[in-house]
Write a protein of this length. Sequence first.
Length: 410
Amino acid sequence: MIQSAATVMERCEILGAISEESGILVRPYGSESMRRVNEIVAGWMRDAGMTVRSDAIGNLIGRYEARKEGGGTLVLGSHLDTVRDAGRYDGPLGVLVALACVECLNASGERLPFAVEVAAFADEEGLRFGTTFLGSSAFACTLEPGLLDLTDGDGVRVAEAVHAFGGDPDALARADRSPNDLIGYCEVHIEQGPVLERLGLPVGVVSAIQGQSRVGVGFVGEAGHAGTVPMEGRRDALPAAAEFVLAVEEAARRQEGMVATVGTIEAHPGAGNVIPGEATLSLDLRHGDDGVRGSALQALRERAKEIARARSLESSWRVRQESKAVPTSPDLTELLARAVEEIGLPAHRLPSGAGHDAAEVAAIAPVAMLFVRCERGISHNPAESVEEEDVAVAVETISRFLALLAGERG
Ligand code: GLV
Ligand code: MN
Ligand code: MN
Protein backbone atom coordinates (compact mmCIF):
# COMPACT_ATOMS: atom_id res chain seq x y z
CA MET A 1 0.00 0.00 0.00
CA ILE A 2 2.98 2.28 0.71
CA GLN A 3 4.15 1.91 -2.89
CA SER A 4 0.63 2.59 -4.18
CA ALA A 5 0.37 5.69 -1.99
CA ALA A 6 3.66 7.02 -3.35
CA THR A 7 2.33 6.55 -6.86
CA VAL A 8 -0.93 8.32 -5.95
CA MET A 9 1.06 11.27 -4.57
CA GLU A 10 3.27 11.44 -7.68
CA ARG A 11 0.22 11.34 -9.92
CA CYS A 12 -1.49 14.11 -7.94
CA GLU A 13 1.62 16.19 -8.67
CA ILE A 14 1.52 15.33 -12.37
CA LEU A 15 -2.17 16.22 -12.73
CA GLY A 16 -1.74 19.27 -10.50
CA ALA A 17 0.66 20.74 -13.03
CA ILE A 18 -1.88 20.57 -15.86
CA SER A 19 -3.78 23.82 -15.83
CA GLU A 20 -5.38 26.43 -18.05
CA GLU A 21 -3.08 29.09 -16.58
CA SER A 22 0.56 28.96 -15.63
CA GLY A 23 1.32 29.60 -11.98
CA ILE A 24 -2.08 28.48 -10.65
CA LEU A 25 -4.14 25.32 -10.97
CA VAL A 26 -7.43 25.92 -12.76
CA ARG A 27 -9.07 23.15 -14.77
CA PRO A 28 -12.67 23.84 -15.71
CA TYR A 29 -15.07 21.50 -17.48
CA GLY A 30 -14.38 21.01 -21.18
CA SER A 31 -11.00 22.80 -21.16
CA GLU A 32 -7.86 21.73 -22.99
CA SER A 33 -6.23 20.92 -19.63
CA MET A 34 -9.19 18.67 -18.77
CA ARG A 35 -8.74 16.88 -22.10
CA ARG A 36 -5.04 16.29 -21.38
CA VAL A 37 -5.71 15.04 -17.86
CA ASN A 38 -8.36 12.65 -19.18
CA GLU A 39 -5.88 11.25 -21.73
CA ILE A 40 -3.25 10.67 -19.05
CA VAL A 41 -5.66 9.03 -16.61
CA ALA A 42 -7.13 6.91 -19.42
CA GLY A 43 -3.59 5.61 -20.09
CA TRP A 44 -3.11 4.69 -16.41
CA MET A 45 -6.51 2.97 -16.43
CA ARG A 46 -5.60 0.89 -19.48
CA ASP A 47 -2.28 -0.06 -17.89
CA ALA A 48 -4.30 -1.28 -14.88
CA GLY A 49 -6.19 -3.74 -17.07
CA MET A 50 -9.28 -1.60 -17.49
CA THR A 51 -11.31 -0.83 -20.58
CA VAL A 52 -11.96 2.90 -20.89
CA ARG A 53 -14.89 4.91 -22.21
CA SER A 54 -16.15 8.48 -22.11
CA ASP A 55 -19.84 9.06 -21.52
CA ALA A 56 -22.13 11.68 -23.06
CA ILE A 57 -20.72 14.57 -20.99
CA GLY A 58 -17.10 13.45 -21.07
CA ASN A 59 -16.80 11.62 -17.75
CA LEU A 60 -13.95 9.15 -18.05
CA ILE A 61 -14.87 5.65 -16.91
CA GLY A 62 -12.47 2.72 -16.57
CA ARG A 63 -13.87 -0.77 -16.07
CA TYR A 64 -12.16 -3.77 -14.49
CA GLU A 65 -14.22 -6.84 -15.30
CA ALA A 66 -15.63 -9.28 -12.80
CA ARG A 67 -14.71 -12.93 -12.41
CA LYS A 68 -17.80 -13.69 -14.46
CA GLU A 69 -20.62 -11.68 -15.99
CA GLY A 70 -23.77 -10.72 -14.11
CA GLY A 71 -22.23 -9.91 -10.73
CA GLY A 72 -23.07 -6.21 -10.92
CA THR A 73 -20.77 -3.20 -10.81
CA LEU A 74 -19.28 -1.21 -7.96
CA VAL A 75 -18.24 2.32 -8.92
CA LEU A 76 -15.34 4.12 -7.22
CA GLY A 77 -14.25 7.62 -8.14
CA SER A 78 -14.38 11.39 -7.81
CA HIS A 79 -13.71 14.36 -10.13
CA LEU A 80 -10.84 15.78 -12.19
CA ASP A 81 -12.05 19.38 -12.62
CA THR A 82 -10.89 22.03 -10.15
CA VAL A 83 -11.81 25.38 -8.70
CA ARG A 84 -9.71 28.44 -9.57
CA ASP A 85 -6.28 28.48 -7.89
CA ALA A 86 -6.97 24.98 -6.61
CA GLY A 87 -5.08 22.45 -4.56
CA ARG A 88 -3.92 19.14 -6.05
CA TYR A 89 -6.08 16.71 -4.07
CA ASP A 90 -9.73 17.83 -4.11
CA GLY A 91 -11.11 15.33 -6.64
CA PRO A 92 -8.00 13.71 -8.18
CA LEU A 93 -7.14 11.97 -4.88
CA GLY A 94 -10.39 9.96 -5.03
CA VAL A 95 -9.84 8.96 -8.65
CA LEU A 96 -6.22 7.98 -8.05
CA VAL A 97 -6.82 6.02 -4.84
CA ALA A 98 -9.54 4.09 -6.70
CA LEU A 99 -7.13 3.45 -9.57
CA ALA A 100 -4.44 2.29 -7.12
CA CYS A 101 -6.85 -0.28 -5.67
CA VAL A 102 -7.61 -1.65 -9.14
CA GLU A 103 -3.87 -1.74 -9.87
CA CYS A 104 -3.40 -3.92 -6.78
CA LEU A 105 -6.10 -6.33 -8.03
CA ASN A 106 -4.63 -6.36 -11.53
CA ALA A 107 -1.08 -6.93 -10.30
CA SER A 108 -2.13 -10.13 -8.53
CA GLY A 109 -4.52 -11.12 -11.34
CA GLU A 110 -7.40 -11.09 -8.88
CA ARG A 111 -10.98 -10.74 -10.13
CA LEU A 112 -13.89 -9.94 -7.83
CA PRO A 113 -17.45 -11.31 -8.08
CA PHE A 114 -18.45 -7.85 -9.37
CA ALA A 115 -16.91 -5.44 -11.88
CA VAL A 116 -15.16 -2.34 -10.53
CA GLU A 117 -15.46 0.92 -12.41
CA VAL A 118 -13.38 4.00 -11.71
CA ALA A 119 -15.30 7.15 -12.64
CA ALA A 120 -13.41 10.41 -13.16
CA PHE A 121 -16.17 12.99 -13.29
CA ALA A 122 -15.71 15.95 -15.62
CA ASP A 123 -17.40 18.66 -13.57
CA GLU A 124 -17.99 18.71 -9.85
CA GLU A 125 -16.86 22.18 -8.85
CA GLY A 126 -19.10 24.10 -11.23
CA LEU A 127 -16.37 26.63 -11.96
CA ARG A 128 -17.33 27.23 -15.57
CA PHE A 129 -21.13 27.35 -15.40
CA GLY A 130 -21.81 28.18 -11.75
CA THR A 131 -23.64 24.91 -11.25
CA THR A 132 -21.97 21.90 -9.69
CA PHE A 133 -22.08 18.16 -10.43
CA LEU A 134 -22.62 18.38 -14.19
CA GLY A 135 -20.51 15.22 -14.55
CA SER A 136 -22.06 13.05 -11.87
CA SER A 137 -25.60 14.27 -12.61
CA ALA A 138 -25.12 13.21 -16.23
CA PHE A 139 -23.82 9.85 -14.95
CA ALA A 140 -26.89 9.49 -12.71
CA CYS A 141 -29.18 10.80 -15.45
CA THR A 142 -30.45 13.55 -13.13
CA LEU A 143 -29.14 16.49 -15.14
CA GLU A 144 -32.02 18.92 -15.58
CA PRO A 145 -32.47 19.81 -19.28
CA GLY A 146 -32.78 23.53 -18.36
CA LEU A 147 -29.14 23.50 -17.26
CA LEU A 148 -28.03 22.94 -20.85
CA ASP A 149 -28.94 26.57 -21.56
CA LEU A 150 -26.79 28.04 -18.81
CA THR A 151 -23.88 30.00 -20.23
CA ASP A 152 -20.28 30.47 -19.13
CA GLY A 153 -18.51 33.84 -18.90
CA ASP A 154 -18.02 33.87 -22.69
CA GLY A 155 -21.66 33.13 -23.45
CA VAL A 156 -20.99 29.48 -24.40
CA ARG A 157 -23.96 27.24 -23.51
CA VAL A 158 -23.51 24.01 -21.57
CA ALA A 159 -24.85 22.10 -24.57
CA GLU A 160 -22.22 23.69 -26.85
CA ALA A 161 -19.44 22.97 -24.35
CA VAL A 162 -20.52 19.33 -24.06
CA HIS A 163 -20.44 19.02 -27.83
CA ALA A 164 -17.04 20.72 -28.12
CA PHE A 165 -15.66 18.33 -25.47
CA GLY A 166 -16.66 15.37 -27.66
CA GLY A 167 -19.86 14.59 -25.77
CA ASP A 168 -23.44 14.39 -26.95
CA PRO A 169 -25.89 16.81 -25.30
CA ASP A 170 -28.87 14.97 -26.80
CA ALA A 171 -27.83 11.73 -25.10
CA LEU A 172 -27.58 13.26 -21.61
CA ALA A 173 -31.15 12.39 -20.73
CA ARG A 174 -30.57 8.72 -21.58
CA ALA A 175 -29.03 6.44 -19.01
CA ASP A 176 -25.56 5.23 -19.97
CA ARG A 177 -26.18 2.05 -18.01
CA SER A 178 -28.84 0.16 -16.13
CA PRO A 179 -29.06 1.22 -12.47
CA ASN A 180 -30.02 -2.41 -11.72
CA ASP A 181 -26.44 -3.36 -12.42
CA LEU A 182 -25.07 -0.93 -9.82
CA ILE A 183 -24.09 -2.29 -6.41
CA GLY A 184 -23.03 1.10 -5.14
CA TYR A 185 -20.63 4.02 -5.36
CA CYS A 186 -17.77 4.74 -2.96
CA GLU A 187 -15.76 7.97 -3.05
CA VAL A 188 -12.52 8.89 -1.32
CA HIS A 189 -12.04 12.62 -0.76
CA ILE A 190 -9.95 14.95 1.37
CA GLU A 191 -11.97 16.02 4.37
CA GLN A 192 -11.70 19.75 3.61
CA GLY A 193 -12.25 20.38 7.31
CA PRO A 194 -10.22 20.12 10.54
CA VAL A 195 -12.05 17.30 12.38
CA LEU A 196 -9.82 14.32 11.54
CA GLU A 197 -6.66 16.30 12.19
CA ARG A 198 -7.98 17.34 15.61
CA LEU A 199 -8.85 13.72 16.40
CA GLY A 200 -5.48 12.48 15.16
CA LEU A 201 -7.11 10.14 12.64
CA PRO A 202 -5.93 9.53 9.06
CA VAL A 203 -9.40 8.67 7.71
CA GLY A 204 -13.07 9.00 8.65
CA VAL A 205 -16.36 7.60 7.38
CA VAL A 206 -18.96 10.05 6.03
CA SER A 207 -22.46 9.91 7.52
CA ALA A 208 -24.23 12.45 5.25
CA ILE A 209 -23.59 15.19 2.71
CA GLN A 210 -25.32 18.49 3.42
CA GLY A 211 -27.58 20.18 0.86
CA GLN A 212 -26.69 23.31 -1.05
CA SER A 213 -28.23 26.06 -3.17
CA ARG A 214 -26.38 28.19 -5.68
CA VAL A 215 -28.01 31.37 -6.92
CA GLY A 216 -27.02 34.18 -9.28
CA VAL A 217 -28.26 37.49 -7.79
CA GLY A 218 -28.39 40.76 -9.72
CA PHE A 219 -29.17 44.42 -9.02
CA VAL A 220 -29.86 46.81 -11.88
CA GLY A 221 -29.89 50.60 -11.58
CA GLU A 222 -28.45 53.24 -13.87
CA ALA A 223 -24.84 53.87 -14.84
CA GLY A 224 -23.65 57.45 -14.78
CA HIS A 225 -20.75 59.87 -14.35
CA ALA A 226 -18.97 59.49 -11.01
CA GLY A 227 -18.16 63.19 -10.86
CA THR A 228 -21.36 64.85 -12.00
CA VAL A 229 -24.31 62.82 -10.72
CA PRO A 230 -25.18 63.99 -7.17
CA MET A 231 -25.38 61.32 -4.46
CA GLU A 232 -29.04 62.08 -4.03
CA GLY A 233 -31.04 60.19 -6.62
CA ARG A 234 -28.25 57.89 -7.82
CA ARG A 235 -29.31 54.37 -8.72
CA ASP A 236 -25.97 52.72 -7.92
CA ALA A 237 -26.24 48.92 -8.05
CA LEU A 238 -23.05 48.12 -6.12
CA PRO A 239 -24.05 49.42 -2.65
CA ALA A 240 -27.19 47.27 -2.96
CA ALA A 241 -24.99 44.26 -3.63
CA ALA A 242 -22.82 45.23 -0.64
CA GLU A 243 -25.89 45.43 1.58
CA PHE A 244 -26.99 42.04 0.35
CA VAL A 245 -23.57 40.48 1.06
CA LEU A 246 -23.86 41.62 4.69
CA ALA A 247 -27.44 40.31 4.89
CA VAL A 248 -26.18 36.90 3.71
CA GLU A 249 -23.47 36.85 6.35
CA GLU A 250 -25.90 37.86 9.08
CA ALA A 251 -28.48 35.23 8.02
CA ALA A 252 -25.90 32.45 8.20
CA ARG A 253 -24.52 33.65 11.54
CA ARG A 254 -28.03 33.62 13.01
CA GLN A 255 -28.84 30.06 11.91
CA GLU A 256 -27.08 27.17 13.66
CA GLY A 257 -25.35 24.88 11.16
CA MET A 258 -25.76 27.21 8.18
CA VAL A 259 -22.94 28.45 5.98
CA ALA A 260 -23.45 31.05 3.26
CA THR A 261 -20.91 32.58 0.92
CA VAL A 262 -20.80 35.27 -1.73
CA GLY A 263 -17.78 34.12 -3.71
CA THR A 264 -17.99 36.40 -6.73
CA ILE A 265 -19.17 39.97 -7.21
CA GLU A 266 -18.98 42.12 -10.32
CA ALA A 267 -19.78 45.74 -11.02
CA HIS A 268 -20.74 46.77 -14.56
CA PRO A 269 -19.64 48.47 -16.66
CA GLY A 270 -16.62 48.32 -14.35
CA ALA A 271 -14.68 51.58 -14.54
CA GLY A 272 -13.39 53.71 -11.67
CA ASN A 273 -15.25 56.84 -12.76
CA VAL A 274 -18.58 55.21 -13.67
CA ILE A 275 -21.45 54.60 -11.24
CA PRO A 276 -22.17 50.85 -11.50
CA GLY A 277 -25.45 50.41 -13.34
CA GLU A 278 -25.47 46.71 -12.63
CA ALA A 279 -24.01 44.41 -9.98
CA THR A 280 -24.07 40.63 -10.02
CA LEU A 281 -23.03 38.20 -7.33
CA SER A 282 -23.08 34.51 -6.53
CA LEU A 283 -24.71 33.03 -3.45
CA ASP A 284 -23.78 29.58 -2.08
CA LEU A 285 -25.95 28.54 0.87
CA ARG A 286 -25.73 25.21 2.73
CA HIS A 287 -27.38 23.41 5.62
CA GLY A 288 -27.88 19.79 6.67
CA ASP A 289 -31.66 20.27 6.84
CA ASP A 290 -33.27 20.98 3.46
CA GLY A 291 -36.27 22.72 5.09
CA VAL A 292 -34.05 25.18 6.94
CA ARG A 293 -32.05 25.83 3.76
CA GLY A 294 -35.23 26.43 1.74
CA SER A 295 -36.65 28.92 4.27
CA ALA A 296 -33.37 30.81 4.54
CA LEU A 297 -33.15 31.05 0.76
CA GLN A 298 -36.67 32.41 0.52
CA ALA A 299 -35.94 34.99 3.23
CA LEU A 300 -32.79 36.13 1.40
CA ARG A 301 -34.73 36.42 -1.84
CA GLU A 302 -37.23 38.73 -0.12
CA ARG A 303 -34.32 40.69 1.37
CA ALA A 304 -32.79 41.21 -2.09
CA LYS A 305 -36.14 42.56 -3.33
CA GLU A 306 -36.45 44.91 -0.32
CA ILE A 307 -32.90 46.22 -0.78
CA ALA A 308 -33.64 46.85 -4.47
CA ARG A 309 -36.97 48.57 -3.74
CA ALA A 310 -35.46 50.90 -1.16
CA ARG A 311 -32.85 52.04 -3.73
CA SER A 312 -35.21 52.18 -6.76
CA LEU A 313 -33.40 49.28 -8.42
CA GLU A 314 -34.53 46.06 -10.03
CA SER A 315 -33.32 42.77 -8.61
CA SER A 316 -33.00 39.36 -10.26
CA TRP A 317 -32.66 35.90 -8.76
CA ARG A 318 -31.62 32.85 -10.77
CA VAL A 319 -31.35 29.53 -8.98
CA ARG A 320 -28.53 27.72 -10.72
CA GLN A 321 -28.54 24.71 -8.48
CA GLU A 322 -30.39 22.97 -5.67
CA SER A 323 -28.88 19.82 -4.14
CA LYS A 324 -30.67 18.03 -1.35
CA ALA A 325 -28.90 16.71 1.73
CA VAL A 326 -27.96 13.06 1.17
CA PRO A 327 -27.42 10.41 3.84
CA THR A 328 -24.86 7.75 2.95
CA SER A 329 -25.97 4.11 2.66
CA PRO A 330 -26.05 2.40 6.10
CA ASP A 331 -24.93 -0.94 4.60
CA LEU A 332 -22.00 0.31 2.53
CA THR A 333 -20.97 2.71 5.29
CA GLU A 334 -20.96 -0.13 7.81
CA LEU A 335 -18.71 -2.13 5.50
CA LEU A 336 -16.40 0.84 5.05
CA ALA A 337 -16.27 1.30 8.83
CA ARG A 338 -15.36 -2.39 9.23
CA ALA A 339 -12.58 -1.96 6.68
CA VAL A 340 -11.17 0.95 8.74
CA GLU A 341 -11.43 -1.07 11.97
CA GLU A 342 -9.64 -4.06 10.39
CA ILE A 343 -6.63 -1.78 10.01
CA GLY A 344 -6.80 -1.16 13.75
CA LEU A 345 -8.23 2.36 13.60
CA PRO A 346 -11.48 3.71 15.05
CA ALA A 347 -14.07 4.38 12.33
CA HIS A 348 -15.02 7.93 13.19
CA ARG A 349 -18.22 9.08 11.45
CA LEU A 350 -18.62 12.68 10.34
CA PRO A 351 -20.91 14.67 8.03
CA SER A 352 -19.62 16.43 4.92
CA GLY A 353 -20.01 20.18 4.64
CA ALA A 354 -18.76 20.12 1.05
CA GLY A 355 -20.74 18.77 -1.88
CA HIS A 356 -19.50 15.61 -3.56
CA ASP A 357 -20.27 13.55 -6.65
CA ALA A 358 -21.63 10.90 -4.28
CA ALA A 359 -24.59 13.20 -3.59
CA GLU A 360 -25.68 12.94 -7.24
CA VAL A 361 -24.84 9.27 -7.72
CA ALA A 362 -27.06 8.58 -4.67
CA ALA A 363 -30.03 9.02 -7.04
CA ILE A 364 -29.20 5.68 -8.68
CA ALA A 365 -27.10 3.74 -6.18
CA PRO A 366 -26.28 3.44 -2.48
CA VAL A 367 -23.24 5.57 -1.71
CA ALA A 368 -20.43 5.65 0.83
CA MET A 369 -17.54 8.04 1.36
CA LEU A 370 -14.16 7.92 3.04
CA PHE A 371 -12.53 11.18 4.12
CA VAL A 372 -8.76 11.57 4.30
CA ARG A 373 -7.26 14.00 6.80
CA CYS A 374 -5.86 17.15 5.20
CA GLU A 375 -3.56 19.70 6.76
CA ARG A 376 -5.47 22.29 8.85
CA GLY A 377 -8.58 21.37 6.86
CA ILE A 378 -7.47 23.71 4.09
CA SER A 379 -8.96 23.15 0.63
CA HIS A 380 -9.96 25.13 -2.44
CA ASN A 381 -6.53 26.61 -1.95
CA PRO A 382 -3.11 25.70 -3.40
CA ALA A 383 -1.95 24.99 0.18
CA GLU A 384 -4.12 21.83 0.23
CA SER A 385 -1.94 19.05 1.64
CA VAL A 386 -2.25 15.37 2.55
CA GLU A 387 0.29 12.94 4.00
CA GLU A 388 1.43 9.93 1.99
CA GLU A 389 0.91 7.69 5.05
CA ASP A 390 -2.76 8.77 5.22
CA VAL A 391 -3.16 8.04 1.52
CA ALA A 392 -1.73 4.57 2.19
CA VAL A 393 -4.44 4.07 4.84
CA ALA A 394 -7.07 5.13 2.30
CA VAL A 395 -5.77 2.68 -0.32
CA GLU A 396 -5.74 -0.09 2.25
CA THR A 397 -9.23 0.77 3.51
CA ILE A 398 -10.75 0.72 0.03
CA SER A 399 -8.92 -2.51 -0.85
CA ARG A 400 -10.32 -4.12 2.32
CA PHE A 401 -13.75 -2.66 1.57
CA LEU A 402 -13.64 -4.36 -1.85
CA ALA A 403 -12.60 -7.63 -0.20
CA LEU A 404 -15.40 -7.41 2.38
CA LEU A 405 -17.96 -6.68 -0.32
CA ALA A 406 -16.57 -9.55 -2.41
CA GLY A 407 -16.95 -11.83 0.64
CA GLU A 408 -20.61 -10.81 0.97
CA ARG A 409 -21.39 -11.26 -2.69
CA GLY A 410 -19.01 -14.04 -3.60
C1 GLV B 1 -17.34 21.35 -3.81
O1 GLV B 1 -16.15 21.42 -3.63
C2 GLV B 1 -18.21 22.18 -3.04
O2 GLV B 1 -18.28 23.37 -3.34
O3 GLV B 1 -18.74 21.69 -2.03
MN1 MN C 1 -14.07 21.15 -4.27
MN1 MN D 1 -14.30 17.71 -4.56
